[in-house]
Design a protein. Sequence first.
Length: 460
Amino acid sequence: MPRDMRSWIQELEAAGELYHIRKSVDPLTEMGALLYESRDKALLFEAVTGHPGWKVLGQAPADLRQTALSFGVPLQDLIPTVARLMAQRVRPEMVEDGPVKEVVQTGEAVDIRELPAHVAGALDAGPFIASGLAVTRDPDSGARNVSFHRLQVKGPRKTGVLFLPRHAFLNYQKYEARGEPMPIAFIVGHHPAYYMAASTSGPYGMDEFEVAGAYLGEPVRLVKCETVDLEVPCDAEIVLEGHVPPGVREDEGPYSEFPDYYVAGAGKNPVVEYTAITRRRDAIFKAIQNGSETEGCVFHRVPMAASLYQRLGSVGGRVELRNVRILPGIFGVVVQMVPRFQGEAKQVLMAALASEYHHPKIAIAVDEDVDIYSDWELLWSLTTRVDPERDIVAIPGVRGHALDLSLVELGKPSSAAWQRLGGKLIVDATRPPTCAPEQRALFERIKPPSYGEVRLQDYL
Ligand SMILES: Cc1cc2nc3c(=O)[nH]c(=O)nc-3n(C[C@H](O)[C@H](O)[C@H](O)COP(=O)(O)O)c2cc1C
Ligand SMILES: [Mn+2]
């Protein structure tokens, strides 16, 4: 059986990780709150007000633990595993047909308002489809790109779209310079590996379907679109086809974004005009709720941590790297390592701040005896292993993430000059390096004699 959203629902079910919501839920007023609340269980809404017959899956994965389940590994191995898979490429296969073609609507029959898109935040401009993965092409090379873009529902055949200054936007700028519409297709609802692949930042020209194949452990099977010259996975739940017209900018947003704020990115943004919907007969819609600890961030945190893990392991030749964690709000990164040289942790932290990703603004290094998934242990490291005079460095005037409200915004969203500018911070909370064993030994954590062998339960 191919790995798709159906097989993922079965896996969640078998692991006791899925709640079925059988009471009717209103996507405009109730669904967002339920998704936002459910931080460790996936939700399958089986009755959606105003959308008879539709089901909606959200918070799947709800956290890193469920993501580890999707990769079949324990949480501590998740990032090293994804990092290893990320370096592989599995080429997609073309097929003639698939479940995503069971229903084909084109022309006037297209009405995206039939999809149960939910209102994610109280101040949002309306319902957004947040789970659409955009397939686009570089018109020069033909290279395919797959990326996430929020879609504000504006009419039966129209949404807004936000392009951050990355690959899909580069493609759009090329079409726009030619005065041509950019063909685009959105995958709505698939295995989380697709979502993780789409938010894996690689070089321009990388086909994210090849990364999805590596994450899945099997090739992505593609079918041709009906109305645009693009290919999409044959076993998606829903596909939306259309184009982004050149030179069009309309009000878009606000939208509740991943750092847990509304305003970022809102402004005059491009639109998508739709020419087809293809889907399974009993298609399940995919909702994504954003916020600093919700599914939207999970899809970012895993590939970002994994690509940093991959790159930081070879800083200066080799690093005794143990793990990487992206902090809530995702502008912070924690690197777990065994420092061998004086200043080595700082060198690694500088690399953590300068990668394919724009997000990391605060980078913290901790030692191998710290559980990086424990917030308490992180804070303990910061308070007991950091001399602010020597171990904290702020770097002024660095390009940051365009949606980081704490930085100064330059240029306008959807313009070539759009960016944010501000400081970055490194914090070395490691023990002294192994080349200074005596100083390092001073930071050995206390442990009572026979700790782990003498157990309270045996004395009660
Ligand atoms: C849940 C989620 C929502 C996202 N929404 C958007 C968006 O609306 N616009 C955008 O440009 N990027 C968005 N991103 C980020 C891009 O998908 C991500 O940066 C991706 O790597 C870009 O791919 P590309 O460099 O191939 O264009 C989102 C990511 C996630 C995980
Ligand atoms: Mn890309």
